[in-house]
Design a protein around this ligand. Structure first.
Ligand code: ARG
Length: 498
């Protein structure tokens, strides 16, 4: 009999996994099915907005700027996007994410187009439709100033390491051509620059315009030609495969951009003043001081606290229910709870989050913040459930028997006799769980939720300073978690008094 239930549990886990997969696959097919007449443009016009996805770590294409304490995405790509949206008669909405998430977001309908200094490579063109090229740039290697004269182009690096952004064309180019070098990839360009400065690698490959912007703003680095054979395609706007109506409209706007030379004559000069920050060294220093970014950190703490408080609440609630289910004599309830707990504990939170945001996104569109809260709560529930279960099991059966024989109902026994004692036992373990929840909630930044980590990344990018924002972020997390554990201790002492 016991064996049979074990099997049932395993089956349930498998079913939970399968139940989710076919639906998403079907949904993907059905969105692509009616290809004959494409109504992408019509839909955009109905919404009244065109959603552009971008990874703002790539000046002058796109970067984040501190404008009176508010973060603003700027860059020539934003200007291009604005022009395309304006010509369609709609508003431009910008969604920021890591470069390697952009195409996934496009495919799953989170965004309508990608403008992110993206090169229209033939490989990408297999899964998206590109507009015509709006800008063409070469490829440069950024190196440390102290190495000037030592390296001339990619061939000088031999067995040394070169960095490139994850999912970028640069990473592919290097893999194909710089065969002797080690290629290291990171999600954000500013991390690459930091890696270069701290000797993790000896060069970083980026588009020429970006190399110039970084070299101008970061002490101790400079740029050299890459010497690589680069694809003939330039930067273009990516749309969902089959969104011909959007491509057509964008191409018309780009025709005008090219004809009037808007990129070089208007867009680049417009954003250029933000890249060459301030005029004197002192001005640059002031605009890059951490104090100038306090509002970013405050906003980040706000989001982190918000997500944590809600997730602790729902995680605890669901966890308590799961614990009772797992302890119950009802075999079905027991199996469902066990399967849930095992499945959630057995898969990474990161994957669960991406699955809720992108995977389920094919069926229903859940906004990033909500996706984050759901993922963190569901995840925490599994751990809380086990903590609570251990607490309940730690109370001897004698307690239940005594209280039942005194005439208390099952529920009353649980509520007034078992739970209060169990809570006391599990309090430190719960505290542990909540502290990890706060820290782990930082994962939501990968889908663009503006929590503390997300903000610190923005400050890093915007100030071209790598370490200070991290130190501040660390201190802020510590204050939050230490505050929580102190609060837990107060209650612990109270409980011990009762
Ligand atoms: N042009 C390169 C590519 O298509 C890099 C673009 C990186 N863009 C960015 N916003 N980080 O892969």
């Amino acid at each position: 009999m016991k064996k049979a239930w074990k099997w049932l549990e395993a089956l349930l886990v498998a079913m939970m996994m399968l139940a989710l997969v076919p639906q998403t696959v079907n949904a993907a097919e059905s969105t692509q099915a009616p290809k004959v007449t494409d109504n992408y443009l019509k839909k955009v016009k109905e919404k009244g907005e065109l959603v552009m996805g971008t990874s703002p770590d790539f000046p002058p294409y796109e970067f984040v700027q501190n404008v009176n304490g508010k973060s603003k995405v700027m860059g020539m790509d934003v200007e291009v996007g604005r022009k395309i949206a304006r010509d369609m008669g709609v508003k431009l909405v910008i969604k920021t994410m890591d470069f390697d998430s952009l195409l996934v977001a496009l495919e799953t309908g989170k965004i309508d187009m990608v403008i992110s200094g993206m090169t229209a490579t033939p490989k990408r063109a297999q899964s998206v439709d590109f507009s015509q090229t709006y800008y063409k740039s070469g490829q440069n290697l950024i190196i440390r100033k102290s190495d000037k004269g030592k390296f001339h182009d990619y061939r000088s690096f031999g067995g040394k390491a070169i960095g490139a952004q994850t999912g970028s064309m640069q990473a592919t180019l290097l893999k194909e051509q710089a065969k002797k070098s080690k290629i290291k990839t990171m999600d954000k360009t500013n991390d690459l620059i930091l890696g270069l400065k701290t000797n993790k690698f000896d060069a970083v490959l980026v588009d020429t315009a970006s190399a110039a912007a970084f070299a101008k703003n970061t002490d101790g680095i400079t740029s050299i030609p890459s010497g690589l054979k680069i694809p003939s395609q330039g930067n273009a706007v990516a749309f969902h495969k089959g969104a011909k109506s959007l491509v057509k409209s964008a191409n018309k706007s780009i025709d005008e951009i090219k004809e009037k030379k808007l990129v070089t004559k208007v867009y680049l000069p417009n954003v250029g003043k933000y890249i060459a920050k301030g005029k004197t060294k002192k001005e640059v220093k002031a605009s890059n001081s951490m104090w100038a970014y306090k509002d970013f950190f405050i906003a980040g703490v706000g989001y982190t606290l918000f997500i944590s408080v809600i997730s602790v609440f729902f995680g605890f609630l669901l966890g308590a229910i799961l614990a009772l289910m797992r302890l119950s004599h009802n075999k079905i309830a027991h199996s469902i709870a066990t399967a849930y707990i095992e499945f959630i504990r057995g898969t990474p939170l990161m994957v669960q989050l991406l699955f809720i945001y992108f995977g389920l996104g094919l069926v229903i569109n859940i906004p990033a913040l909500l996706s984050g809260i759901i993922a963190v709560s569901l995840n925490s529930a599994a751990y809380v459930a086990e903590v609570i279960r251990s607490g309940i099991s730690s109370i001897s059966v004698g307690q239940t028997e005594a209280s039942r024989s005194l005439g208390l109902s099952k529920t009353a026994t649980m509520r007034y006799v078992i739970m209060p004692q169990a809570m006391k036992n599990i309090w430190p373990a719960l505290g542990n769980e909540f502290v990890s929840l706060i820290k782990e909630s930082s994962i939501v930044s990968v889908i663009g939720v503006k929590d503390l980590i997300y903000q610190s990344r923005i400050v890093q990018a915007d100030t071209y300073r790598g370490v200070m924002p991290l130190v501040i972020t660390m201190i802020l997390y510590f204050i939050i978690t230490f505050g929580l554990s102190s609060l837990m201790k107060v209650f612990e002492r109270k409980m011990n008094h009762d």
